[in-house]
Write a protein of this length. Structure first.
Length: 439
């Protein structure tokens, strides 16, 4: 049964789905063909995705806890169907950049244009280089192996001539000496800071650790997810937060807290603001609570585990901390619940149309705790004067078959030196390249 607040646009959703079913597979729908979807229509699922679909989810439209049962709808990743490609808006082209990876996750562009990829399951970081500009890497080398579930990658100091590359293992941050153009680490890892481990073999919990430096290079930010879904015991010490250190790993402080799993971090190249994605809790129903993307406010508390998205109590902790209800920062862009946002970047290239500059791109890895799948796509977040306006737009979709099978799962996203967008897919173990077509 659909809760009353989710009914107003039900007919519109059915009409849109029917229309999309008539679109030939090789075509995409123009971005201006979609009105902004709000209320219940904004939630939707993969069947209502198309390049250009716009959504805006707000706190007042959230259903009550457990309005639906919580589903266990894990995706079984299948082989990519023959000839299948993700779909992009008109004026863009998508192609395979590289394949054959072992769980490619975060991807970053080095100051000289080289592409670094964390192969988390392979416990290594790989470096790629498209030397001739044909959209395929001629250099594909293991930069360093023997890591521990690597995820985040950052260059220090920020700017054109870094001296180190920092890598976020699940149990801490390490660094290696680095100069532009290196394809192999020149020495052993130097441990910078230790953090709580994640993963089944390390006592459970979210395992990804992203690493970013402030624009001036004085601050190092490290994201650390929770150990549990929504517990508040001692196992959550130094978790569910973004920690701040100096570049040597000293002077630890909490930059922001109450973030269940702030996976991906990025720095706005214009304003210097720290952005993060966050995976909210499971178990409260198909459409609760929304995941989110936000500029992270220094010293802010985002509610986990006692509250979500403002003074909305988690039923498990009802009445525990009433003194916190008015101290919660509400994030800026709410996403379809259980979409699992991971990597993000802010477009600073020159090849996409001008309106894309300064806009954020976010990888949605895809749901498991939802009866109807959602996520499995790249979305664009419009930004005005450095601030997200609160809505998001489907950009790269099509990783789910008409039967609901999944053949790709986006994780990381970066802007290449040539202005294209590179996206890791740990379901298909490949990297996709999205470029603007020449006029």
């Amino acid at each position: 049964m659909i809760p009353p607040r989710f009914k107003p646009r039900a007919a519109a959703i059915l009409t849109a789905v029917a229309a999309l079913a008539l679109v030939a597979p090789e075509r995409v729908v123009a971005a201006d063909a979609f009105e902004l979807r709000t209320d219940g229509a904004a939630y939707g699922d993969w069947t209502t995705d198309a390049p250009g679909v716009r959504r805006r989810i707000v706190v007042r439209d959230m259903p009550p806890p457990k309005a639906t049962k919580s589903a266990a709808n894990f995706s079984h990743v299948i082989a990519r169907p023959e000839g299948a490609l993700p779909k992009v808006p008109p004026g863009f082209r998508v192609q395979e950049f590289a394949s054959g990876f072992n769980e490619p996750r975060i991807i970053v562009t080095a100051p000289n244009g080289d592409i670094f990829v964390a192969e988390s399951r392979g416990n290594r970081v790989r470096v790629l280089r498209d030397a001739d500009g044909d959209g395929k890497p001629e250099v594909n080398e293991v930069f360093v192996d023997g890591l521990n579930k690597p995820f985040g990658i950052a260059f220090y100091p920020p700017g054109p001539e870094p001296k180190f590359i920092y890598i976020g293992n699940t149990d801490g941050v390490v660094r290696f000496p680095y100069r532009n153009g290196q394809t192999k680490a020149s020495g052993p890892a130097q441990s910078i800071v230790s953090v709580p481990s994640g993963g089944l073999l390390a006592g459970g919990g979210h395992w990804t650790r992203d690493v970013k430096f402030s624009a001036d290079g004085t601050r190092m930010f490290v994201s650390i997810g929770s150990r549990s879904n929504n517990d508040d015991d001692a196992g959550e010490t130094r978790r569910a937060r973004i920690l701040e250190f100096d570049p040597e790993g000293r002077n630890e402080r909490v930059y922001a807290s109450g973030l269940r799993n702030a996976v991906g971090l990025t720095i706005d190249p214009v304003t210097g603001a720290l952005w993060a994605t966050c995976n909210e809790r499971d178990g409260l129903g198909d459409d609760l609570p929304p995941d989110y993307v936000t500029r992270v406010k220094e010293g802010a508390f985002y509610g986990w585990p006692w509250y979500y998205l403002g003074p909305n109590e988690d039923p498990k902790h009802a009445g525990k901390h009433p003194e916190l209800a008015d101290k919660i920062t509400v994030p800026e862009v709410l996403l379809q619940p259980h979409s699992a946002p991971l990597g993000l970047t802010i477009y600073n290239g020159k090849k996409f149309p001008a309106e894309y500059r300064g806009q954020a791109f976010v990888a949605l890895h895809g749901s498991w705790n939802r009866a109807k799948r959602t996520g499995y796509k790249i979305v664009r977040i419009p930004v005005k004067d450095g601030k997200p306006i609160g809505e998001y737009i489907d950009f790269l979709i099509g990783f789910v078959t008409p039967q609901g099978d999944v053949w790709g799962r986006p994780v990381g996203v970066t802007v290449a030196q040539d202005g294209s967008l590179l996206v890791t897919d740990d379901g298909g173990n490949r990297i996709w390249r999205v470029s603007a077509m020449e006029k």
